[in-house]
Design a protein around this ligand. Structure first.
Ligand SMILES: [Zn+2]
Length: 298
């Protein structure tokens, strides 16, 4: 066989073999679940040839893969620090139960959850702040149960801090690209607190004690939007009985997660939600709501 004839036979054989290999590899990937069923060999070829056009054609696939936001859930106390003790209720345990239910709800909505403590670990406030500040684009929610020297007080209250120290604000300035010395007012902690307070009171029908601007270390030193929810008073016998009830805890956790999701939804619509920028105008109003904010995954 002449070299030319050999060339004529081998090249189509080689190309056919390669095509067969590609198609069967895609099929195996689909069957084993490596590839989403919305992809097939035709769409993959198009993706290689026309990457831009194909990207626009699969918004659902990309959305399903990308997490929406990071939420740091902090179950108050733990380990040697039990928190409030009332009757046979230990605050640290109730906090953890609520946090796990909230996490479950958030994950269903493609929210990535980070815990500040796993199990019954002892964690200092500094530890918790450091963990949270490792995620400057997240939101932070600390869960507690309240107590009073009187047996009367009852209801839910949510804390935030508007005036944070410069050390906590500098990371946020970087994210929003605001120079040192330029006007930057961050109301997001307060807005997050209002969403959580409203949703959890609505679902539980608990007494609404409102949102409060407090100087607690966690809400003050955590740089991202940070709140502390006091789920109810263990010192009130009737409320304690509710807080120990599984059904009530589910409603409470649904309320907290619903509030978080409402806030996340608003930030996704406008990354500058709750931010007052240079010149007293929210940058989002200038650049157009919904504009992309570099580095802010919220
Ligand atoms: Zn506590």
């Amino acid at each position: 066989m002449s070299r030319f004839l050999r060339f004529l036979v081998f090249v189509p054989l080689l190309l056919g073999g390669l095509l067969l290999f590609f198609v069967s590899a895609v099929h195996v990937a689909q069957v084993t679940g490596i590839l989403s069923s919305e992809h097939n060999w035709k769409s993959l070829i198009k993706q290689v040839v026309l990457p831009g056009e194909d990207r626009a054609r699969f918004p659902k696939v990309r959305k399903a893969i990308r997490p929406r936001a990071v939420v740091i859930l902090d179950a108050g106390h733990g380990g040697r620090d039990g928190g409030t003790v009332a009757g046979d209720s230990l605050e640290k345990e109730l906090n953890m139960k609520v946090v796990h239910l909230v996490a479950e709800q958030l994950r269903k909505e493609r929210i990535r959850v980070v815990f500040t403590r796993q199990g019954d670990a002892t964690k200092s406030l500094r530890n918790r702040v450091d963990i949270a500040n490792g995620y400057p684009s997240a939101i932070f929610v600390s869960v507690h149960h309240n107590a009073s020297t009187s047996s009367k007080p009852e209801g839910i209250e949510t804390y935030y801090t508007n005036a944070k120290p410069a050390s906590a604000v500098s990371g946020q300035r970087r994210i929003f690209d605001v120079e040192q010395g330029e006007r930057f007012i961050d109301h997001r902690g307060e807005l997050l607190a209002r969403e959580i307070q409203a949703a959890s009171c609505e679902l539980t029908q608990a007494v609404d004690r409102g949102v409060k601007d407090g100087g607690m270390a966690l809400t003050r030193l955590v740089s991202c939007p940070a709140v502390l929810v006091e789920c109810g008073f263990l010192s009130n016998v009737r409320e304690r009985a509710r807080l120990k009830d599984k059904g009530y805890r589910q409603k409470l956790s649904d309320g907290i997660s619903r509030g978080i999701l409402a806030f996340v939804g608003k930030v996704e619509g406008n990354p500058y939600h709750g931010i007052e920028g240079p010149g007293g105008v929210a940058p989002g109003e200038v650049s157009g709501a919904g504009g992309q904010l570099p580095g802010n995954s919220l």
